[in-house]
Design a protein around this ligand. Structure first.
Ligand SMILES: [Fe+2]
Length: 295
């Protein structure tokens, strides 16, 4: 049986809400870290496997019409020269099986070389869900124009300090792509031009969520940190904060918006410990509906 078939058989509806306004912060982590109830399942038991992480985001900025909208999220693919992108192919198959309403890609498709880009295009072309992408620091270091061409060749909509207005399940939803802040290419005012509150933002650098308060997004999707990549409890978050990475992985609340930081799918240096690669599916929940359900 294919990964598809196995996965489909395992799927069950998502459970309890992952985050609620006023959730008590975890004192062991960053002060604005939320405590999401996150389900993790191994997509495929092999070296190239990633974990499927499902997160529910309960927000007052999600209108009732968008309650239940599901967003697939991939970040930091880091497609490498000489390595078949098996993990990426499995991730695409997983998302095709789960059928989210849209997929967000939040940068770092390369390590440094643009040579593997045809492999990236081939792998992403198999995605059967509308997908939107922004760029990361490695893409600018390696060749941003070539990356944009490769993504567009795979029918991804690339949003570089730009936005698009979608209709999802009959309701309007703005998707904003903020260019990479690590390399200084971000321009929030340009990216949000004509965009109202409640947008979904793709931004490689999670710290850039701190710049978006005035634009009142509902959810910011990021990567960049690889979850610390080599993660020792307390030590890695402490060291990461010292080098300017306060949001390592998971769900946070920043400037009134939710921020989700993916551990990413690949890594420029292929070493990970306690920071498994992930495929994420986030479900939007309207806070008003959430409270009436709980009543
Ligand atoms: Fe990265």
């Amino acid at each position: 049986m294919t990964v598809f078939g196995e996965l489909r058989d395992q799927l069950r509806p998502a459970g309890r809400l992952a985050s609620r306004p006023g959730t008590r912060p975890d004192p062991r982590r960053s002060p604005d870290r939320l405590r999401p109830r996150v389900r993790r399942r191994r997509v495929k038991r092999e070296r190239a496997a990633a974990r499927l992480v499902e997160v529910e985001v309960l927000s007052k900025r999600v209108p009732p019409a968008l309650d239940g909208v599901r967003i697939g999220h991939l970040s930091d693919l880091h497609v490498r020269t000489g390595v078949r992108p098996r993990r990426l192919e499995a991730a695409v198959a997983t998302l095709n099986a789960l059928r989210p309403d849209l997929v967000a890609l939040t940068g770092d498709y390369l390590c440094l070389s643009t040579r593997p880009l045809p492999r990236l295009t081939r792998a992403l072309r198999a995605l059967e869900v509308p997908a939107f992408a922004t760029l990361g620091n490695h893409d600018h270091w390696g060749g941003a124009r070539a990356v944009v061409r490769a993504l567009e060749a795979a029918s991804m909509r690339v949003l570089v300090n730009a936005s698009v207005e979608l209709r999802v399940r009959g309701a309007p939803l703005s998707v904003v792509g903020l260019d990479d802040a690590v390399t200084g290419h971000h321009d929030p005012d340009r990216a949000f031009r004509g965009v109202g509150p409640g947008a979904i933002v793709l931004s490689h650098d999670p710290k850039s969520a701190r710049l978006l308060g005035a634009h009142r997004p509902a959810l910011v999707l990021s990567g960049h940190t690889h979850g610390g990549q080599v993660y020792f409890r307390r030590v890695t978050p402490f060291l990461a904060a010292r080098v300017g990475l306060p949001f390592l992985a998971g769900l946070f609340e920043v400037e009134g918006a939710h921020l989700y930081v993916s551990r990413g799918l690949g890594a420029a240096l292929p070493v990970r410990f306690n920071a498994p690669p992930e495929v994420t599916v986030l479900t939007l929940r309207a806070a008003a509906l959430g409270s009436s359900r709980a009543a």
